[in-house]
Ligand binder design. Sequence first.
Ligand SMILES: CC(C)(COP(=O)(O)OP(=O)(O)OC[C@H]1O[C@@H](n2cnc3c(N)ncnc32)[C@H](O)[C@@H]1OP(=O)(O)O)[C@@H](O)C(=O)NCCC(=O)NCCS
Length: 146
Amino acid sequence: MDVVIREIQAADKAQWRTLWNGYNQFYASTVSEAITEKTWQRMLDERSSIYGRVAVVNGDVQGFAHIVLHEGTWVIAPICYLEDLFVAPETRGRGLARKLIQSLVDEGKAEGWSRLYWHTRESNPARKLYDQFTDVEDFVLYRMNL
Ligand SMILES: CC(C)(COP(=O)(O)OP(=O)(O)OC[C@H]1O[C@@H](n2cnc3c(N)ncnc32)[C@H](O)[C@@H]1OP(=O)(O)O)[C@@H](O)C(=O)NCCC(=O)NCCS
């Protein structure tokens, strides 16, 4: 299996869209066309702090990681928030998510980011993978939709 992790590109749109739909189904959520299009455009816009990375298997986009680089009050260097992670159901269990996360670790070390973090549901079985990268923290998330 030939796997390449790379930056998302304009030509990935159709395959990314299929994965994005699957991701939204996984979370039983409906993201409007306007938001989907804005998210896509932001990932291609070099002025935006949202970036996309994709896992390409034998030429096909089979997974993505969406990240946000932001500033913080406790550090000088950028902080990387891994907001979305998804692998096509038919390609799971072959290490694509591990490669996507590892590529962010490698990129962050090379670029001088201070931190990489992400949230997940307590019950997400993918925690088996996450636990191999780092220890879980005991913070809980409070969120208000405004
Ligand atoms: C989570 C997800 C991205 C993992 O992708 P993946 O490419 O299958 O993961 P990997 O193959 O890199 O997994 C590596 C290891 O983690 C384990 N693992 C990862 N996801 C798992 C899952 N959903 N259930 C059980 N084990 C899982 C694998 O068993 C594997 O362990 P092993 O190497 O010891 O056998 C994928 O299952 C997915 O898209 N799920 C739906 C969306 C989701 O949950 N996204 C994350 C939100 S925080």
